[in-house]
Design a binder for this molecule. Structure first.
Ligand SMILES: [Zn+2]
Length: 202
């Protein structure tokens, strides 16, 4: 019975095979038609790239979901803008030593923005004491404002977290956090800029 099922497998039928080859040719043709634009867009820093983020006031008030220009700078520009340690962490995915950052033990009410581009990232309302020596949150302030990717740099798969607007490396997210999400966003203080509700950075 299984044999007859296999024989009816559409992938092994000559007619189906011809159709697939034809479909593949069509896809290649469509790709060839589209690719000049795609390559052009990927090539240029001059090309305006946009991302969707949610804007927040320094008081933590959600303002609006907007399309904003992506912040794209050269290595040299970032190096000039940022202190050396911050540059290595945000632009080269380095990690600060535990218990050495500015914010692991900060419990004030306020907003954490991206040190590179000011994008709102975390609120003190989701910060918790993880005991790790890094500032830890159970959720970002808006899912649109952070980007997650797989990081295999230590030989195990981890989920890296970066800023949607400028690609700054922020830290990693793990699934051993507290309720309600069960997530632990383990961030580098160096990637963040804490802003009190009145808008005064510390
Ligand atoms: Zn940023």
């Amino acid at each position: 019975m299984f044999g007859s099922d296999c024989e009816r497998d559409p992938l092994t039928s000559p007619g189906r095979r011809a159709f697939l080859i034809f479909s593949g040719s069509m896809l290649a043709a469509v790709w060839a038609w589209r690719s000049p634009r795609a390559i052009h867009a990927a090539a240029g820093h001059q090309e305006r790239q946009e991302v969707t983020i949610v804007q927040f006031s320094d008081a933590g008030q959600r303002l609006a979901k907007v399309r904003a220009p992506k912040v794209i700078k050269t290595e040299e520009e970032w190096r000039k803008q940022l202190p050396a340690g911050v540059f290595e962490i945000t632009r080269h995915a380095d990690t600060e030593i535990a218990f050495t950052g500015k914010y692991w033990n900060l419990h004030d009410r306020g907003l954490y923005r991206c040190i590179c581009c000011e994008n709102a990232l975390f609120s003190s309302e989701t910060k918790f004491e993880s005991g790790t020596g890094w500032p830890s949150f159970w959720a970002p302030i808006a899912k649109e404002n952070v980007h997650e990717s797989t990081d295999l740099s230590l030989g195990v798969a981890r989920t890296a977290v970066s800023c949607t607007q400028c690609d700054a490396h922020l830290g990693h997210v793990f699934d051993d956090g507290p309720p309600p999400t069960g997530l632990r966003y383990c961030m580098n203080s160096a990637s963040l800029k804490f802003v009190k509700p009145m808008g005064t950075p510390i």
